[in-house]
Design a protein around this ligand. Structure first.
Ligand code: DX5
Ligand code: ZN
Length: 216
């Protein structure tokens, strides 16, 4: 299990300290939520902030773009230091092209699916996807409640990936807690994103371990 803490719930005035605390706590990934106020109702940050974070951190930058028509900005996010770029299926008219663009630019391509979007949307893309993100809340804000049907969706997606002989990772994002972490990883989740259930409970090393223990 990989835990990818979502910086959306971190202290934005002290991002350098937060990033360093994550590394010191043994985390390898960090989840960066980019929002444009159009695809989702909220606005966060973009490439310049990610670039500033990159200068302070060696973590794997897992960038979740909640923006319309993300193909316009792939080069900017890769130049800023994104290791993985995850775009929403619902935000791309030509999703295959955007995924190819991400790979060509040198980052790992991933696709996010809103809660209501069936896994079928990415079936034929699986061989070229490093990861699929299953949104388990409607994107836009931290601290929301997990939508229960997303567990079945993870199981469906896992069967689809196995049947395709692909090695695509499954990530879940939204309402992940110590209480549901285990059933999620048992259902096939490889990467857990956690914002509020992680950052609200320092020290991060202990919280990281609590998530790992919960999944055993
Ligand atoms: C929500 C974001 C999430 C958010 C999760 O749209 O994509 O990454 O930070 O926050 P929690 O873990 O609090 O639900
Ligand atoms: Zn996210």
């Amino acid at each position: 299990m990989i835990l990818s803490p979502s910086m959306l719930s971190s202290d934005f005035a002290n991002m350098e300290t937060e990033l360093k605390a994550l590394e010191a706590a043994g985390l390898k990934w960090v989840h960066l939520d980019v929002m444009d106020g159009l695809f989702v109702p909220n606005i966060t940050f973009g490439p310049p902030i990610i670039k500033a974070m990159r200068a302070k951190s060696g973590l794997f930058f897992d960038c979740h773009l909640m923006i319309n028509d993300p193909g316009r900005y792939i080069g900017d996010f890769v130049d800023a230091g994104a290791d993985l770029i995850c775009v929403h299926a619902e935000a791309c008219t030509h999703l295959e092209r955007v995924c190819a663009q991400i790979a060509e630019a040198g980052a790992k391509p991933a696709v996010a699916l809103n809660p209501h979007t069936p896994p079928e949307a990415i079936r034929y893309l699986l061989p070229q996807l490093f990861m699929v993100l299953v949104m388990s809340v409607n994107p836009g804000f931290g601290g929301q409640k997990f939508i229960p049907f997303c567990l079945d969706k993870v199981r469906d997606l896992k069967s689809m990936i196995t049947a395709a002989g692909a090695d695509t990772l499954i990530q879940i994002d939204g309402g992940v807690t110590l209480d549901n972490a285990r059933e999620l990883t048992e259902a096939g989740v490889d990467v857990l994103v956690s914002g509020s259930a992680f950052f609200k409970y320092p020290p991060y090393g202990e919280r990281h371990k609590a998530f790992q223990d919960a999944c055993e």
